[in-house]
Design a protein around this ligand. Structure first.
Ligand code: ADP
Ligand code: MG
Ligand code: MG
Length: 898
């Protein structure tokens, strides 16, 4: 029903069917909203008129009131409600049907003049705001309605809305109307039917207000869905102290605890609770006691001044408690409820599946499974894999964050929370760290030179760069918190300071960043490390039970390998070797190799690198013992290893004992116009076979060294950037020949595999031929996306956002795999590869490996594994399970239909 009635409408109908008291009403479907967008107001009104008349009559009959009557007025609310909840995005108008005469009628009938005028005041305010859009005419942040109310309060020396007298309310209404007329040029309508129709149309209109459009973009909600409109009889929480309005959750939305909880306000209509005009009271006695303890209020005072609903209206509370139970059992999920009590009588106004934190998601899922409310399939399927993120990284202390001040926002590049002192230079980051400081590395952007600094930092903040920028990718790999692309951040390396919004922050000042939201905070905010709950482990166990797709990790240090293994990775799918060449002496030897003129010179430098590489591999193999480790041979263009500024070049020349100009000349020769399409990947190894030889030797010697110690390494050697079969063949020959030499020297052998990346589109097209030489494929979907689209990963920032905004692209193809295009190449690669070599091992190792949607795709494409950064391993495991379950359900469903 939700597509037609919207979430709110469908659930209201369902509650009514369950026998729960819901004010009578009807729903104008989402289809009408679409028609409204197409044909406009007049046409839609004409079409709708008879049914709306009928609907209103239905309400009148049940309520015993008359819409438009002066003596016995029927008041109505008009409520938006899309297919999926878009909280607070669209509009609602309460108390429709009031005017100068009806308000008197309402007062007389109820015997409560103040209630009548309070309702009228609310109506004029909401209608002026939502339907007549007063704020569109004003150019100010101030709410003109609040201004008027504040003036009246001040004049009478009162502070709260509740203290208004009838006279005050009358004055406020009068001033509201005058203000609306002055601002909009239009009279406030007195005719109830005009009010109703305009209200309905305003809700349709609110589908297109900017904040709603933005919300849909951010949450991938289709434009064409439209909103439904719920027209419903009013019930009144503002009829004095036997009335109230509230919201409640069937379980704790932050922790997942199975505790009914919520808040309410006496003598108020619903919007007050959310708006926070008064401090709300707790619904349960237990919750109330906890609240009082936290607020430092003793129990006696609590009972008299701040009673719980349980104590204040025990009968209505009992009823509410039974409905919350019923609704949770019915929907089999945690519910978020809205209710109103009118003179002691409870009415339910809304129920929906409640939003929750990652922690609560896991706990509620497992608890409901244990309670027998849901089965394993639904427990797993309903979890949002991405939300597991929240459970894995350090988090800000809940109390501290409440007081913190957000100063800028960037991309949530690598999750977690981090607080540290601003440091602009990588070398210094290392020194600071050694001194025991908390370091926040702040750079315009990062490059390979910053690896050490990033490693020494607690968090990384950059002014430029997207989700696949160097900073973002490396930070995710390191499991470090990172916020990238903060446009408002202006850095002066020279002055050693940064500026945000006119405010200067100096080196050493404290900032805090939240890599899960992209928020940047001023000052130091305490972090706490998360505890992985038993429930989390339970979810992972369940997931592995269902998943057929395996999850490996991208890791190139023993540390990150260990973390990934703890998170359940069953191997390394991508171990990049270039990062190993950046530290201290290594970079020197690497540079020697690069500037050498002859093969002999290169070999000499490589000899120095060999033992370092070997010990790196030993560390990684050891951390991943008994599990496969895919090592990619050197991939990036060589110029990334040499300094590009003059000063460093001069230093280097001195250090290497060569002439500055010769060195500069060499470096200039390395320069390429399109380095990503240049001399890199297997093209390096095929032009300088000695590099490949050194790496193959280091891998195998490391593996054999461990074997001697009784530790089992499972090496898989991966050739990058292959497009032409012969490119792979030549590399394979070099690798195997070198390994045979190692075997001969050591007089022992062991198993290993040689395979390739499929990341050049041509490789996917001729995958059958490639499979003749490759024992495995790993789809490198970062490069494959770059080359399939022809979008440079490093430059795409300039147009990708605009493309996304304009709808040319639906998703960023570097974040979630482009199933239509890139996906077609992957599928083709899979098919051709398996045809030529049955049993070939297939995986992917791009950033996509940790993206749930891409994981689903990989499952359907028939891959054996995905590989992703350590902290995304649990996410991928859950997504893999969901993909299996979904496939099973789809299959089951089709079979039943046939
Ligand atoms: P939202 O989608 O923003 O939550 P709602 O349509 O639920 O908006 O309306 C907001 C609040 O207005 C509700 O929580 C409820 O308290 C109040 N409200 C809506 N309709 C009625 C009604 N018919 N009678 C009494 N209160 C209502
Ligand atoms: Mg609501
Ligand atoms: Mg690549």
């Amino acid at each position: 029903m939700k597509p037609l009635l919207g979430g709110k409408g469908a659930n209201l109908a369902e509650m009514a069917n369950l026998g729960i008291p819901v004010p009578p009403g009807f729903t104008v479907t989402t289809e009408v909203c679409t028609e409204y967008q197409l044909y406009g107001k007049e046409k839609v009104m004409k079409l709708l008129r008879p049914e709306v008349l009928e609907g209103v009559q239905h309400i009148e009959q049940i309520m015993g009131t008359v819409f438009g009557s002066v003596e016995n007025p029927c008041l109505i609310s008009v409520r938006s409600g899309a297919r999926v909840s878009m909280p607070g995005m669209m509009d609602t108008v309460l108390n429709i049907g009031l005017n100068e005469k009806a308000v008197e009628g309402l007062a007389k009938k109820s015997g409560k003049e103040k209630f009548a005028w309070d309702s009228y005041r609310r109506f004029v305010q909401m209608y002026g705001d939502v339907v007549m859009r007063v704020n569109n005419f004003l150019n100010s942040d101030e709410n003109p309605f609040e201004l008027i109310m504040d003036e009246v309060k001040e004049k009478n020396g009162i502070t709260t809305d509740q203290e208004f007298t009838v006279e005050d309310l009358k004055e406020i209404v009068k001033r509201f109307k005058a203000m609306i007329k002055e601002v909009t040029g239009n009279d406030f309508p007195d005719d109830p039917w005009t009010q109703l129709w305009e209200g309905v149309m305003a809700v349709f209109e609110s589908w297109n207000i900017p904040r709603a459009v933005l919300y849909r973009q951010l949450n991938s909600i289709p434009e064409e869905w439209g909103t439904a409109v719920n027209v419903q009889a009013m019930v009144y929480g503002n009829m004095g102290d036997t009335s109230c309005s509230g919201v409640a959750f069937t379980r704790n939305a932050a922790t997942g605890e199975n505790k009914f909880n919520g808040e309410f306000l006496i003598d108020a209509q619903g919007e007050d609770v959310v708006a926070g005009v008064r401090t709300p009271l707790q619904i349960t006695q237990k919750g109330s006691k906890e609240w009082a303890k936290f607020a430092g209020i003793d129990d006696k005072e609590r009972k008299t001044k701040f009673p719980s609903l349980e104590e204040y209206m025990p009968v209505a509370y009992k009823e509410l408690f039974s409905y919350q139970h019923l609704l949770e059992q019915h929907y089999k999920d945690m519910q978020d409820l809205e209710f109103t009590i009118q003179e002691g009588k409870l009415w339910m106004l809304q129920t929906r599946n409640g939003k929750r934190t990652g922690d609560a998601m896991v706990k509620i899922g497992i608890d409901m499974y244990n309670e027998g409310l849901i089965d394993e399939n639904s427990a797993l399927l309903r979890m949002d894999a991405n939300k597991l993120n929240e459970l894995l990284h350090p988090v800000f202390d809940q109390k501290a964050i409440k007081k913190a001040n957000v100063i800028a926002k960037g991309l949530a590049a690598s999750p977690g929370a981090s607080t540290g002192q601003i440091c602009f230079f990588s070398e210094e980051a290392k020194e600071w760290k050694e001194k025991g400081k908390d370091v926040l590395l702040v750079r315009i952007e990062t490059s390979a030179d910053d690896l050490q600094g990033m490693d020494s930092s607690d968090g990384i903040l950059t002014a430029r760069g997207g989700m696949t920028s160097h900073a973002a990718v490396v930070a995710r790999g390191m499991g470090k918190c990172c916020v990238s692309g903060v446009g408002a951040l202006h850095i002066s390396y020279k002055k050693r300071q940064l500026e945000i919004d006119g405010k200067i922050y100096k080196e050493g000042d404290w900032l805090s960043i939240n890599g899960s939201t992209g928020e940047v905070y001023e000052g130091k905010i305490d972090t706490v490390s998360p505890k992985l709950s038993d429930d989390f482990q339970e979810v992972m166990k369940m997931a592995d039970h269902h998943a057929s797709l395996k999850v490996r990790t991208n890791a190139d240090t023993p540390d990150s390998a260990r973390i990934a293994r703890e998170f359940g990775a069953v191997g390394i799918g991508l171990c990049r070797t270039e990062h190993m060449f950046f530290e201290g002496v290594r970079i020197k030897a690497m540079r020697e190799m690069i500037v050498a003129d002859t093969e002999e010179g290169r070999r000499k430098a490589l000899e120095k690198l060999l033992p370092m590489q070997r010990s790196d591999f030993e560390g990684i193999f050891k951390a991943m013992h008994d599990l496969p480790v895919t090592i990619r041979l050197l991939d990036p263009p060589l110029h990334e290893f040499v300094p590009n500024d003059e000063k460093h070049q001069e230093d280097l020349a001195v250090e290497m004992g060569i002439d500055v100009d010769t060195l500069k000349d060499k470096i200039a020769k390395l320069h390429e116009l399109n380095p990503m399409l240049g001399h890199r990947g297997c093209r390096l190894g095929n032009t300088y076979p000695e590099i490949t030889e050194m790496q193959a030797r280091a891998i195998m010697e490391a593996a054999l060294n461990l074997k001697d110690k009784g530790i089992r390494a499972i090496p898989e050697i991966m050739i990058p950037l292959v497009g032409e079969t012969a490119e792979l063949k030549m590399q394979e020959d070099i690798v195997r020949a070198e390994i045979e030499r190692v075997f001969a020297e050591r007089k022992q052998r062991m198993n290993y595999r040689v395979g390739t990346m499929i990341e050049v589109p041509r490789a996917a097209l001729v995958a059958d031929k490639i499979a003749g030489y490759a024992e495995f494929f790993s789809f490198g979907t970062n490069d494959l996306t770059q080359m399939t689209y022809g979008y440079s990963r490093d430059d795409a920032g300039k147009f990708l956002d605009i493309y996304l905004e304009k709808g040319i692209l639906k998703d960023n193809p570097f974040e979630t795999i482009d199933q239509e295009g890139v996906g077609k190449l992957v599928k083709m690669g899979v098919k051709l590869g398996r045809k030529a070599r049955p049993g070939i091992k297939l995986g992917i190792c791009g950033e996509h490996g940790g993206d749930p949607r891409s994981v689903h795709f990989c499952h359907r494409a028939g891959l054996d594994y995905v590989s992703c950064s350590p902290f995304r391993v649990p996410i991928a495991r859950l997504a893999a399970a969901q993909a299996s379950i979904q496939e099973w359900l789809d299959h089951h469903h089709t079979n039943r239909q046939n």
